[in-house]
Design a protein around this ligand. Structure first.
Ligand code: ASP
Length: 317
C-alpha cells in the first residue's frame, strides 16, 4: 500500500503570486499543484491530500500562535496519515521547524517542512522539485522526526537556519551534518536519523511576549538590555554574545543588569553570534563572568532553536 501524506499549506513564496505590492499568498494551491504534477510520473508519489490553513501568511507575519495552529493541525490528523509536508515561507521556516520539534516529541513519522525561493507560478522555479522530493521523504518510514528539506538537503529541523536570502540553497545546519542529500538518488544518513520514539505531544500556551533576544554589539549599554528585561511578561532572554560566549565584561553595569534579572527569575540563555560553533563560557575571563551570575550556556543551539525551546518550556506547565 502507498503511504498517505497530508500536505499543509500555510503560505510562503512557494504558493505566492505577483501583485502590485509584491508577492502575496494565493488560494487554491492544491489545484495548481495538480496541474503541475499532471505531466509527471505521479505513481511514484505517495497518495496525498492538501489542506490550506484558513489564513495564509507571508511567514514574516508569523507569531508563536501560528506554531500552535500548525502543530495542532498535525496532531489532529496524526493517526490518519503516514507523514506530513508543511509548505511554509522560508523567512521563519527554521523557527517553525524548531518549535514543531519541541511540540511533536517522540514521533514515529516524518514531518517535512519545505517551501521555495521562487513561486510555483513562475516558469523557472525551485518549488516543484522541493515539494515533490519532500512528498517522497514524507512517505519514507525511515524518518521519525521534524526536518527541513530544501534544495537537495534534508536537515534536522531544530538544527536548521536560513543562510541565504536569494540563493536556492537557502538552508543549512551549520552545527550538524545533513540527514540526507538528494541528487540522482535520495541518500539518507541512516546512522544520524532519530529512531522512532514514544509519542509525547504538547501544545504550549505561548505568550508572544515571554521571550526576547539581543545581540551584543560594540558599545551596547546596560540600559538597552535592562529595558528589554523590565516588562513583567518577559520571562526569558536569548543573549547572543561574541565567539565562544563572551560579553564585554568591563561593562560592570551590564553584568549587574543581567544578574539582577536572573535574581528576579528571568531565564537568560547565552548563545554565540557565530554561524558555526558552540558556547564555552569559561574559556575567557569575559565569558566566565557569566557563570557566576546564573546565565545558562546554550551550547551549540541555533538562535531559532534557543528561542523556540525557551518559549516552549515557558509555555508548558
Ligand atoms: N517572505 C516569504 C515568506 O517567508 C519568503 C519565502 O517564502 O521564501 O513567506
Amino acid at each position: 500500500m502507498k503511504p498517505r501524506v497530508l500536505i499543509l499549506y500555510t503560505g510562503g513564496t512557494i504558493g505566492m503570486e505577483p501583485s502590485d505590492r509584491g508577492y502575496v499568498p494565493l488560494r487554491g494551491f492544491g489545484r495548481l499543484l495538480k496541474e503541475h504534477l499532471q505531466a509527471r510520473a505521479t505513481h511514484q508519489l505517495p497518495d496525498y491530500e492538501l489542506v490550506e490553513l484558513e489564513t495564509l501568511i507571508d511567514s514574516a507575519n508569523l507569531t508563536p500562535s501560528d506554531w500552535c495552529r500548525i502543530g495542532g493541525e498535525v496532531i489532529e490528523q496524526w493517526d490518519a496519515y503516514d507523514g506530513f509536508v508543511i509548505l511554509h515561507g522560508t523567512d521563519t521556516m527554521a523557527y517553525t521547524a524548531s518549535a514543531l520539534s519541541f511540540m511533536l516529541r517522540g514521533i514515529d513519522k516524518p514531518v517535512i517542512l519545505t517551501g521555495s525561493q521562487i513561486p510555483l507560478t513562475e516558469l523557472r522555479n525551485d518549488a516543484l522539485d522541493n515539494l515533490v522530493t519532500a512528498l517522497m521523504l514524507a512517505g519514507d518510514n525511515r524518518i521519525s522526526e521534524v526536518c527541513i528539506f530544501f534544495d537537495g538537503r534534508l536537515l534536522r529541523g531544530n538544527r536548521s537556519t536560513k543562510l541565504k536570502s536569494a540563493g536556492l540553497d537557502a538552508f543549512d545546519s551549520p552545527n550538524f551534518p545533513w540527514l540526507g542529500q538528494v541528487g540522482i538518488h535520495i541518500d539518507l544518513q541512516n546512522n544520524l536519523l532519530r529512531p522512532p520514539g514514544e509519542r509525547d505531544f504538547r501544545l504550549p500556551a505561548y505568550d508572544p511576549q515571554a521571550v526576547t533576544m539581543v545581540q551584543i554589539y560594540p558599545g551596547i549599554s546596560a540600559q538597552m538590555i535592562d529595558s528589554l528585561l523590565q516588562p513583567a511578561r518577559v520571562h526569558g532572554l536569548i543573549l547572543q554574545t561574541y565567539g565562544v560566549g563572551n560579553p564585554p565584561n568591563h561593562n560592570r553595569e551590564l553584568l549587574r543588569v543581567l544578574e539582577r534579572a536572573v535574581e528576579r527569575g528571568k531565564i537568560i540563555v547565552n548563545i554565540t553570534q557565530c554561524i558555526q560553533g558552540r558556547i564555552d563560557q569559561g574559556a575567557y575571563a569575559t565569558g566566565s563572568s557569566l557563570n557566576s551570575i546564573g546565565i545558562i550556556p546554550g551550547s551549540d543551539l541555533t538562535l531559532e532553536a534557543a528561542f523556540t525551546k525557551l518559549h516552549t518550556l515557558l509555555g508548558t506547565e
